[in-house]
Design a protein around this ligand. Structure first.
Ligand code: SF4
Length: 489
């Protein structure tokens, strides 16, 4: 009964006729099975709705509203259906590497095409039915975010440990032929899909340009909970540097051929290799910012602008807790600010990830427990800045269930979650506190490799209707949160 109406917006054109508890059955004779059906078929100006009362009595309504105007119905669940879990058992799956005892939602492996369209989740395409493929093509749902990992069908079967995983490369080709835009990601695992395999995948994906609009190459994340799992190794600085050179050279060729670089490495690879980030123009439209692609370059650019525009903030003392990978880079930003304004005192506090293991160095996976254990009793200044991405979206707790309030009490100072925006970071350093996390979008101070909607991005991440207005704030609030790592399908 997922199509049961939970609320009717005050501005809804049907507010006088539809009651909470009624069910929406069809729009213009199209059965409404999930949120995509609802959003697509409710777009038109003239709508014939068939609804049912809780006792089963059906009734009909004719609605005239502005084209694209919101029908204003809210359902029991956002998807109007159960979220679909994945059919894979990937060798690199982060969820398999979680410690026991975390809250059950942490272990849910979503691979739901509808969440890709609506929230930007990456999907493997391995569990799509023919009806769903036809619906994507028929409704021209675009862009789709695809976890590709490799274009070699046999290797894809082995990496995703799904005997049908190779077939979805054919699905990608079908979508490309139908003009569906795809933003892709490759979770790169040394010894599996790197080197020549990566070259092969890049060639195959580039051949699908412009349907394949961008491809991110992000390094595999390895926690300390890998007993009994496939043997995987982390990137060394040398291998990260080689991979950067390989992808950059291929991207240079793509610019000559297609006018776009298409392939971009995740910020983590630059940090691992100890390389400078490329300049702004390298990242073109920053298409995969939310996937940790160019996030730190953009943050630095914004921070530099904020410094140039700012007046002397006077005496300010704060600390910034961050992952080990980005700590040197954050220190460079802090030094630049302190050189300009000598009364500033900014300390960078790299946090070792004891919870997931020391190989996890990104800020977005730091837990409240590690933060407290490593910073308790230290002189941190007047406030502690953390990546907003350390907190579960729309909530005020860390991945280990420690709340922000508990961490503040334990450390004895205010903790300010900061999104990945150089201006916001500078404001937070200056003591201008950003709005609470639940009211902001975007990612953390240095959330290299962490995920989430890009700053300001409308989570209604689908374009089958180019004229669709951005989702209302109320609609955004309704969207279900996902954990930072759950994007790496
Ligand atoms: S990585 Fe994604 S697709 Fe693969 S098993 Fe984990 S949740 Fe499923």
């Amino acid at each position: 009964m997922e199509n049961v109406i939970r609320a009717v917006d005050a501005e809804s054109p049907v507010r006088k006729y539809v009651a909470v508890g009624d069910r929406l059955l069809s729009i213009n004779r199209n059965r409404i099975l999930d949120v995509l059906d609802y959003k697509f078929y409710a777009y038109d100006r003239d709508l014939h709705l068939v609804l049912a009362k809780p006792d089963g009595r059906e009734y009909r309504l004719h609605v005239r509203k502005p084209e694209g105007g919101d029908l204003g119905l809210d359902f029991e669940s956002y998807l109007m259906d159960r979220p679909r879990s994945c059919a894979n058992n990937c060798v690199f799956c982060f969820i398999d590497q979680l410690p026991k005892g975390m809250r059950p939602t942490m272990y849910f492996k979503d691979d739901d095409a509808r969440l890709s369209f609506l929230l930007g989740n990456y999907i493997t395409l391995t569990n799509l039915s023919e009806r769903e493929i036809e619906r994507i093509i028929g409704l021209h749902v675009s862009p789709v975010n695809v976890s590709v990992h490799t274009m070699n069908p046999e290797l894809r079967v082995r990496m995703l440990r799904n005997r049908r995983a190779g077939e979805s490369i054919g699905t990608m080709k079908r979508l490309a032929e139908a003009g569906i835009v795809m933003n892709c990601q490759i979770v790169c695992c040394p010894g599996w899909n790197d080197g020549e395999e990566l070259d092969y995948s890049m060639r195959e994906l580039a051949a699908l340009w412009p349907a394949v609009h961008s491809v991110s190459i992000v390094p595999v994340g390895l926690t300390r909970y890998r007993d009994g799992l496939a043997p995987l190794t982390a990137f060394t600085p040398e291998h990260a540097a080689e991979t950067l050179d390989q992808v950059t050279a291929f991207g240079d060729e793509c610019i000559r051929k297609y006018g776009s670089r298409i392939f971009f490495c995740g910020d983590e690879l630059y940090l691992t290799a100890g390389r400078e980030f490329p300049p702004d123009e390298f990242y073109e439209e920053y298409t995969q910012l939310e996937n940790g692609i160019g996030m730190l370059r953009l943050l630095e650019t914004e921070f530099g602008s904020a410094l140039r525009l700012s007046e002397d903030p006077g005496r300010q003392r704060c600390s910034i807790a961050t992952g080990q990978a980005a700590a040197p880079w954050m220190r460079m930003l802090a030094d630049r600010a302190m050189a300009l304004y000598p009364d500033l005192e900014i300390q960078i506090r790299p946090i070792v990830n004891e919870f997931f293991g020391r190989r996890i160095t990104v800020a977005g996976l730091i837990t409240g427990g590690d933060l407290i254990r490593q910073l308790r009793g230290q002189e941190l200044g007047d406030r502690l800045l953390i990546s907003q991405n350390m907190l579960r979206r729309q909530e005020m707790d860390f991945l280990d269930d420690v709340t922000l309030e508990q961490a503040e009490t334990a450390l004895g100072l205010p903790i300010i979650p900061v999104e990945s925006d150089g201006f916001v970071l500078w404001d937070a350093i200056c003591g201008r506190v950003p709005s609470p996390p639940g009211q902001r979008s975007g990612c953390g101070v240095d959330s290299a490799g962490a995920a989430g909607p890009a700053p300001g991005r409308d989570p209604e991440y689908y374009l089958y209707n180019q004229n669709r207005k951005p989702a209302s704030e109320a609609e955004q609030r309704r969207t279900e949160g996902r954990e930072p790592w759950q994007d790496r399908s």
